[in-house]
Design a protein around this ligand. Sequence first.
Ligand code: NDP
Length: 248
Amino acid sequence: MKLTHQARIALVTGAGRGIGKAIAELLAADGLTVLCVSKNPESCGAVADAITASGGKAQAYPVDVANAEAVAQACSTILAQHETVDILINNAGITKDNLLIRMSDEEWHDVIATNLSSAFYWTRGLVRPMTRKRWGRIINIGSVVGRIGNSGQANYAAAKAGMHGFTMSLAREFASRNITANTIAPGFITTDMTEKLNEEQKSAIKKVVPLQRFGTTADIASLANYLASEDAGYVTGQVFSVDGGMAM
Ligand code: NDP
C-alpha cells in the first residue's frame, strides 16, 4: 500500500541507531523532512548526512533528551527554524537492568528520565504549533515489557507502562485539535540494545516468542510510517504490539 504523506516535518528522538534510525530513514525516503535527535552528535549527524547524501531532507540535533532544559532549548531553536514539527516520534531509550533489591536510585531515575520524562519534555515543547495547525501525530515507542513486565527491569517496565498512559491522555487531550497519539510496543528487536544480551538469554527469549525469532527495525519503522501518514487519521490512543506474539 502506498501511504499518503503531505510535505511534513518529523522529529525522531534516538535517531542515531537502531529503531530510531530505521524510522528516520523510512520517513525521509517517503519525502518527509526529518530532524534526527540523539545524545551523541556523531550518531545523529551520520544518519542526517546519509539521508541528505541519498537525496532526502534531514538535520541533526544532538540533545540529551533526559535534560528538560536542553530539550526546551532545542524546541525553541527548532521552532525558530521551522513553523511546526508535525510528527513527533519519542523513541530514545536506555536500559539499566538490575534486580529490584539491588537497583540504585540512579538506575531508576536515569531510565525514567530518558525513556518517559523525555516524551513529556518533547511533547510539551512541540505540541502548541500542532494545535494551531490542527494536525499532528505523536508516536511513542513503548515496549512489550511495559505490557507484561520483566524481572530485572522494574525501572524500564515502569517507564514503558507510563508511556502507554501518557499516550492515552494525549490522545484524549488533543483529539479536538486533530492530533493523534499512539504507542508502538516492540518485542525483542535486533539492535545495539539487544546485542547486550548473551547467547543464553537470546535463546531463552526466542522460546517465549511465538514467532520464535527477534524482530527487525524495519518491522517497527513500517508501522511508525503508517501512523505518521494521512491514512492513520482515525487511529488514536492505541498501543500496537509488534512483538512476534509475546503479549497476546
Ligand atoms: P539503541 O540502543 O539501538 O539506540 C538508542 C538511541 O537512543 C540512540 O540513538 C541513542 O543516542 C538514543 N538515546 C539514548 N539516550 C539518550 C539521551 N539521553 N538523549 C538523546 N538520545 C538518547 O536502542 P533501540 O533502537 O533498540 O531502542 C529504541 C527504542 O525502542 C527505545 O525506547 C527502546 O526502549 C525501545 N525498545 C527496543 C526494543 C529492542 O528490542 N531493541 C524492544 C522494545 C522497546 P546515541 O546514538 O547518541 O547513543
